[in-house]
Design a protein around this ligand. Sequence first.
Ligand code: PDD
Length: 288
Amino acid sequence: MSRIVFLNGSFLPIEEARVPFMDRGFLFGDGVYEGIGVLDGRLVDNEAHLERLERSLAEVRIPNPYSPAEWTALEEEIVRRNGMTEGFIYFQVTRGVAERDFFFPEDAKPTVAMFTQAKTIADAPAARTGIAVVTVPDLRWARRDVKSINLLAQVLAKQAAKEAGAQEAWMVEDGYVTEGGSSSAFIVTTGGSIVVRPLSQAILPGITRKSLLRLSQEDGIPLEERRFTVEEAHGAAEAFLTSASNFVLPVVSIDGRPVGEGKPGPITRRLRELYLQMARAPASLAAE
Ligand code: PDD
């Protein structure tokens, strides 16, 4: 069965999905996106992702083509059509198709594209072994709170990580870790507190980060919302990352140095378990 994607109002086989040459997403990276995890066929943290989409669109002044209920119906339909039980839904909205000119086009309609990627998240081997990260300079623009489709700095950062034998890059600005190439970055102090950078325009407001902070608070794990340096990360007891496509992943080495004992730590494992429980029994379903 061919993968079914959604493009501008229609579901169709991916081979038939075509975006015009003059799409501003293609020419300028003029668009924003979202990525949502799917577990047991259910959308994880969907409402918060749609709120962030609304905010990203407003910040770059692209009209939101759909209401949250319409977006949710599309997401559920694409999951159903692809028979996906576990994985990732990606969707992007660009400013549309127009002759190349920097000014906003007068009458372009946003281009909407959505696809799924089947992926093992809950039983991912990386969750058992942990992953390696390396630190790289953060070369991105100044509005990282907007989930822009411009990902060139992250492509370069993650490729550098891969070439250094790691699976993720932690980006660094002024000596402080901002976030991962496609994830939020956390450490755990030797005293057992979680440390995460506070929200600002310097990082994406991670949806998994937000849920994780709530779960950790409910579980009584101390939290320090502050910046941390590369040196502090090197000396941390544990480290982990969060993202919609991985949930919570242990980080067991940073720049080639083992974190703590060089294996997934107890607080990270506990948080991953709590997140999986939440993803399997979302409040919206529990309330039904
Ligand atoms: N990336 N920071 C950056 C720069 C990201 O690209 C992402 C997500 C996150 C984590 O946010 P969330 O928990 O909402 O997924 C943080 C997605 C998964 C991607 O680009 O594939």
